[in-house]
Design a protein around this ligand. Sequence first.
Ligand SMILES: [Zn+2]
Length: 286
Amino acid sequence: MARESMTEMLQNARDGKYGVAAFNILDYSSFKVVVETANELEAPVIVQTSVKTINLWGYDAIASWYKELTKNASVPVALHVDHCTDLEVIKNCIKAGWSSVMIDASSKPFEENLEISRKVVELASAANVSVEAELGEIGGVEDDLIIEEEDATLADPAKAKIFCEELDLAVFAPAIGTAHGVYSGEPKIAFDRIEEIAKTTGVPLALHGGTGLSDEVFKKCIGMGCAKVNISTQLKHTYINSFTDFKKENPNLFEPVKFIEYQIKRLKNDVKENIILFGGAGKART
Ligand SMILES: [Zn+2]
């Protein structure tokens, strides 16, 4: 086990009706928290990097963390690039050792999205790297990409079927009413759309914009075929709030290690809660 693509873990998750948590990490310490917690819970896990995070640390550094942290892991861990629009970045990820990539050409017209995604599948499959592709437009903010709520469009089931027939995807990300970032009101999830797309495509689905959904919504989506559940915003908030909370409690303390230790504790709680909520604990047991 240890370093793996997403293909098998998501097939197993869809068949077993549980979700594999996919956490957007920010640095070495959050990467370590995710791998160690998954290991303790015997859960398969996906570590995601935004392109912004890659630009901050570089390909080789992140790839070396992946190697180091999974060396003694007994669970499958995928390293995935989230919402990538740039083929060059995808090529570099594959070369550096990512086990999975997401091509997001969802802002392009259908045929163009299909062509770009097809190219990525070709590149990736030659290197045994799994692929996620998106159809429709998921609302909210992801990196520097802002989709206003009224501009977010749900994926069309008929087009989703063609898209998934044409492409060999490990996971398919249809826009189904969730949004990235913080929900301003009650999220309007198109459950009927999820159900229909899961059935017609037969491909494990990715649930984007997970932060802020209720436990019931998560469970319903997972039961319908959302095998990959993305958690990004929650970790970003905990990452920042852990420092500010700790500073409030210890106004005269200037020992960074203490801050980092506290941050690790808080991040670990989040990672643990999500893995358990999605049903992933114990699923990596052989
Ligand atoms: Zn997303």
